[in-house]
Every structure is written in structure tokens, then in C-alpha cells.
Design a protein around this ligand. Structure first.
Ligand code: WT7
Length: 635
């Protein structure tokens, strides 16, 4: 990654200018220099945001796993590719070399082929953070199957929705998972989901917790015996640049989760390029991203980006507080981690604990710290900077999205001076801009606006699986000829961006993207509930927590309100997963509505956040009186 590997601020500006003046040439040079292609492209880019249609490196042929595996075999075959740190701190870490990873991916790919999985088929992966997860992802890519990883914290209903939406033929799972001192019955969840999924022909099961599970004949198979007899070589399927590589679901403000489709060549080029620059990875470094591969962060910056660079990437199965709150730092010290990438919510939780959990460990190996997923507050930033980085390791506050495929706005460590809470400058190739309410671009600095991107970048999602219209409506209709991110941002006098948060009905809780509509749908399924509205409110650790306003069908029935609250949260857990549970539930006789019947969430948000002084004009509401009632009973 020599070309455009940025070493100082001046270089950043040079490279950035070039990337904007001649984007095609810029990305072409990066693609030429750093990857192996079976055939080069005929055209670097064709695009039309009005359709939207996006094609990068059209005509090229490649397989991303040849870039992540095969080409490393000669130069770093015995280097650790994946360093697996198990949940149990006493269990030994597993070093999987590039050669071993190549073999294990090949075995898995051959097993998939034996079950009839071919190029273009969708495979759902519902696994904990064990090596089989990364191996399954790469095995799909090896044979051209489209992986759809579902985070193994989602419920059976949420899993079923995702399996059906993309017609997955196969599910890869495990008997269960370890999480601190708990175990989770993943296979039981899969069995329940599959009651509603007719298209699934095969379930492959990794053995992890050795629990008793039921195996359905002619559908469920243990993985280990199949892998044992599989060949350790599997030729790579030659893919077109724009063939889909994976689908990953993300919440929208309304309706079904959106299956974002990422394609092969552009995603590879961008995830690898940004990994190298944002983390300043060097050959001997050990890099750790604490995310789960079930999210985009794990796809791009545990699996594809690091492996395309021949990096050593850590996969951690456990949680930050098991066996105690020192676990992260114990791992950093043990494996001499050089780059550490986590979420603000984790930092806030860790910062609440006694500093002795940090001080016990030697963190001197750390060179670069990263955060992602939500705005980082100043206090958390300083705690991270002072106690973990010891004021020597730059913090990269990386702003991006499932839809963008890779990091978009971020400091380049040792080049971009950092300011707490600012994601700073767009990476090369990213033409960020702010738009005002009237759809005009804001050209001055020191202004707030809606964050948009004016020009394509290689790893942007190409569509929503099965619903291109929704893709267009969600991202390309708010502002003409711009990709709209859904975020608000401030640009300061020097051009630095600070992301201020979502401007739609998506709420980020502990770094997880949650849409209000599916949660409200789950609540409304409760027989006693007539209507509900969810808003976010500030929370010390989670960033935002959920506040639900619920109208019951019959008031004064004398039902135990706490029982009802538990039942509602139980329903949410079943429908979506525990991450979407409400912290506060207020029963109310009505919700503030506009004359057209739209719930005024702005008012509900203010009340939930205990900020009732500036509610704005409520006189135009259909039912202004209800506001006083809600304020009076606020929790
Ligand atoms: C939303 C995307 C990208 C991986 C994890 C989340 C918020 C993300 C930052 C940041 C402020 C951030 C945005 C964005 N977000 N990173 N550094 N500062 N906000 O992916 O689940 O698709 O969520 O996360 O609101 O739109 P995601």
C-alpha cells in the first residue's frame, strides 16, 4: 500500500486534492498497485445518482479471497492471520497462520459446494465470534456465494425475517455461544427461526459449547466431521467486479431491516486502502478491533481490510467485563496489541470502573486508538486518551455506516491533529458536504447541516436487496444528486466535521442502530397496547437509551404496570433482541400529534430528555393538552 500511504498532513492534502480532481485515476492507481486481478477493468467508474447506478472497475475479474489469502502464502504463510482469543481467559489463544487459514477456508468452501451451494446463492451465517465465523465468511466469498451474517444476539424472529428476505438456502451456526459466564442456545434460536423459513435446506453446526441440541435429520449436520475429510484446496470462483459479495442488514427508520448489498472489487479496494491508512498498520503489528463480525465494522475491519493487507487481526469471543473489567487491557498486554479499535459505549462503561483495572497492565505496545459507531463525548475521549493511550497514541474517531462499507471521515494518525468529538476530515476520495433545509449546499464553515456525499466511492452499497426503489428513496431522494447519510454534522472553521447524530428516526443505542418502527410494532403486538412511540434519551453508558410512550386500550383496569412493562420488554426481546429493550416505559392517555396525525417525536424526545423548557410551539397540535399530562407523569 505504498501509493497514497499518508505520512503527514501535507501529504494528506496533496492526496486528497488529487482524489477529488481525478477520482478515476486516483482509485485506478490504488487498485493497480495493491491487488491481484484475474483481469483488469475496462472502466474505472460509471455512475448516476438519480437511478442510482454505481459501477466500479467494470469488466474486472477477481476473487477477494485470493487477495486476502493466496497471495500472502509465499511471503507470510507462517504469519498469524487470525489471533483468536477465547471467552475463557484461561483457555489458550489460537494463532491461525495465513497458510492454515487458507486451508480451513478451502475445507469449508468444499463443504459448502458439497451441499450444492453455488455462485450467487445466499448463505446465512449466525455464529458467535469463533474462527468458524471468519472462515465461513471467506468460504462463501471463495465460491462466490453471498454471505449474510446475522449478529448472534438477534432473536429467532429477527433471524427469520433476514433469512427469508434474502432467500438463504443454508444457515451456518453453532450449538451455542459463550458470553462471559453465560451460554446462549444458538441452535435453539435457529430451530425456532426455521419454523418460518421454508427455503433453508441445510444447517451446518459448529460445536462450541458441547450442549445437548436437537439435530433434524437431512437438514442439520455437524461441521467438524465434514471439514475433517474435506480437501485443503479449493479453487477460487472468478467473480465480476460488481458481483455481490455480501448482504448485511441495517435498521431503517421504518419498515423491514434493509439488506445492504456490497459488491466485490470496490469493497475490497476501499476496505483495504482505508485499513492501511486509518490504522497506519505495519507488517509486524498486531491489530485488534473489538466489534463483532455480525456488524459492518467486523466485516471491513476484522476480516477483509486487515486480511487484504496481510495483517494479524485479533478475534475476541468474550465480553469486556469477564472475568472482570480488566479483560480488554489484559488482552492488549498479552498480545502486545498495536492498534485498538472499539466503540464509545465500551469506553464509557470501562471508564466507570476503577482505574486499577487499567493500571495493572502494560499498555505500552499501543500506537493507535480508534472509536466507531456513535459520537464520542468529550469525557470519554479524554479518559481514553489519558489512561489508555497515555497521551501518546492518536485517537481516530472514525465516522461511517453499514451503507458506506468503509471509514469515510477520520483523522489519519500522526498526520491529522485531533480534537475531541471531531471525526475531522474526509478520507481521500470522499467528497463530503453539508446541506441546509432548503436543499442548498452550505459552503461556509462553522455551520450545521445534513451530511451528504457528492461523489461515489468504491465501497458504497449498490442497492437494498430486493428493493432498489427503497434504496433510491432512502439515500438519493432527500437531496438531488447527493448520497444522504441520515446524520447531522457541524463543520468548524478549519473544515473539521463533528457528527452530531441522526436526523431521522434511527436511534443509536450502545453503538447499535435501531429503527423506532420495528420496536413500536413489537410493542403494539401486546394485547393491552393501543399505540406506542419510541424516542431516545441521553444515557451515561449507552449514549442513548430508549424511552417508550405507550397508550393502553383500557385505562384504569388496575393492571400491574410493572408487569406490563416486563411483558412489553419480553416481546421486544422476542421480536428483535435484548439490545432493543426499553429503559423507561411511560403509560399515557395520548400522544402529541400534528393535524395530519403524525406523532411529534420532537416533543417526546425533549420530555424524555428532561428538557421541557423549550418545547416550541405546541398550539398547532391536534391535542395540546396531552403534552401537560405527559410532562406531569414523565419518568
Ligand atoms: C451510524 C451508522 C460504521 C460502523 C458502525 C455503525 C453513527 C458511526 C460514528 C462516529 C458519530 C457515528 C452515525 C451513522 N456513527 N460512527 N465516529 N461519530 N456517529 O454502523 O450501524 O450502520 O450506523 O452510526 O449516526 O449514521 P451503522
Amino acid at each position: 500500500m505504498s501509493q497514497y500511504h499518508i505520512k503527514n498532513l501535507e501529504e494528506y492534502f496533496q492526496v486528497y486534492r488529487k482524489s477529488v480532481q481525478n477520482p478515476e485515476q486516483f482509485w485506478e492507481e490504488i487498485a493497480e498497485e495493491n491487488f491481484i486481478w484475474r483481469k483488469k477493468w475496462d472502466k474505472v467508474l460509471s455512475w448516476d445518482f438519480s437511478k442510482p447506478e454505481l459501477k466500479w472497475f467494470e469488466g474486472a475479474k477477481l476473487n477477494i479471497t485470493e487477495n486476502c489469502l493466496d497471495r500472502h502464502l509465499h511471503i507470510r504463510g507462517n504469519k498469524t492471520a487470525i489471533l483468536f482469543e477465547p471467552n475463557d481467559p484461561k483457555a489458550e489463544a489460537e494463532h491461525i497462520t495465513y497458510k492454515q487459514l487458507y486451508e480451513r477456508v478451502s475445507e469449508m468452501a468444499n463443504v459448502l459446494k458439497d451441499f450444492g451451494i453455488k455462485k450467487g446463492d445466499r448463505v446465512c451465517i449466525y455464529l458467535p465470534m469463533i474462527p468458524e465465523l471468519a472462515i465461513s465468511v471467506l468460504a462463501c466469498a471463495r465460491i462466490g456465494a453471498v454471505h449474510s451474517v446475522v449478529f448472534a444476539g438477534f432473536s429467532a424472529a429477527a433471524l427469520a425475517t433476514r433469512i427469508n428476505d434474502s432467500d438463504c438456502k443454508m444457515v451456518i451456526t453453532s450449538d451455542g455461544s459463550f458470553r462471559g459466564n453465560k451460554t446462549i442456545d444458538l441452535k435453539g434460536i435457529v430451530d425456532k427461526a426455521l419454523e418460518d423459513c421454508e427455503g433453508v435446506e441445510t444447517v451446518l453446526v459448529a460445536k462450541r459449547i458441547h450442549s445437548e441440541i436437537t439435530m433434524q435429520e437431512d437438514r442439520d449436520y455437524w461441521l467438524a466431521p465434514l471439514l475433517e475429510v474435506a480437501y485443503k484446496d479449493c479453487g477460487a470462483e472468478i467473480m465480476n467486479a460488481e458481483d455481490p459479495l455480501f448482504i448485511l442488514y441495517t435498521s431503517g427508520s421504518t419498515g423491514m431491516p434493509k439488506g445492504m448489498v456490497h459488491t466485490t472489487a470496490g469493497y475490497m479496494v476501499y476496505s483495504a486502502y482505508t485499513f492501511k491508512n486509518v490504522f497506519q498498520y505495519n507488517e509486524e503489528d498486531v491489530y485488534w478491533c473489538t466489534a463483532d463480525i455480525g456488524w459492518i465494522t467486523g466485516h471491513s475491519y476484522i476480516v477483509y481490510g486487515p486480511l487484504a493487507n496481510g495483517a494479524t487481526t485479533v478475534m475476541f469471543e468474550g465480553v469486556p467485563n469477564y472475568p472482570d473489567w480488566g479483560r480488554f487491557w489484559e488482552i492488549v498486554a498479552k498480545h502486545k496489541i498495536n492498534q485498538f479499535y472499539t466503540a464509545p459505549t465500551a469506553i464509557r462503561a470501562l471508564a466507570k470502573e476503577n482505574l486499577s483495572f487499567v493500571e495493572k497492565y502494560d499498555l505500552s505496545s499501543l500506537k493507535v486508538l480508534g472509536t466507531v459507531g456513535e459520537p464520542i463525548n468529550e469525557e470519554a475521549w479524554h479518559w481514553y486518551n489519558d489512561n489508555i493511550g497515555k497521551k501518546k497514541s492518536p485517537i481516530v474517531d472514525t465516522w461511517w455506516q453499514t451503507e458506506t462499507g468503509g471509514i469515510m471521515i477520520s483523522p489519519i494518525p500522526f498526520s491529522t491533529p485531533t480534537i475531541p468529538t471531531f471525526a475531522t476530515l474526509p478520507l481521500p476520495g470522499i467528497q463530503a458536504c453539508l446541506m441546509d433545509e432548503n436543499g442548498e449546499e452550505i459552503t461556509e464553515n462553522q455551520m450545521n447541516g445534513r451530511l451528504c456525499i457528492k461523489f461515489p466511492w468504491p465501497s458504497m452499497a449498490r442497492t437494498i436487496w430486493g428493493n432498489h426503489q427503497r434504496y433510491k428513496d432512502t439515500y438519493f431522494s432527500a437531496f438531488e444528486n447527493k448520497y444522504f447519510t441520515g446524520d447531522g454534522a457541524l463543520r468548524d472553521a478549519t473544515g473539521y466535521y463533528r457528527i452530531t447524530g441522526r436526523v431521522d428516526d434511527v436511534i443509536i443505542v450502545s453503538g447499535h442502530n435501531l429503527g423506532t418502527a420495528p420496536i413500536e410494532d413489537a410493542i403494539n403486538e401486546h394485547p393491552a397496547v393501543a399505540e406506542s412511540a419510541i424516542v431516545g434519551f441521553p444515557h451515561d453508558i449507552k449514549g442513548n437509551a430508549l424511552y417508550g410512550y405507550v397508550i393502553l386500550k383500557e385505562v384504569g383496569e388496575g393492571r400491574d404496570q410493572n408487569n406490563l412493562r416486563n411483558e412489553i420488554n419480553q416481546l421486544i426481546t422476542e421480536r428483535i433482541g435484548p439490545i432493543a429493550k426499553l429503559d423507561k416505559i411511560q403509560f399515557t392517555s395520548g400522544l402529541p400529534k400534528t393535524r395530519s396525525g403524525k406523532i411529534m417525536r420532537r416533543i417526546l424526545r425533549k420530555i424524555a430528555g428532561n428538557d421541557t423548557k423549550n418545547l416550541g410551539d405546541t398550539s398547532t397540535l391536534l391535542n395540546p393538552d396531552v403534552v401537560d399530562e405527559i410532562i406531569k407523569n414523565a419518568l
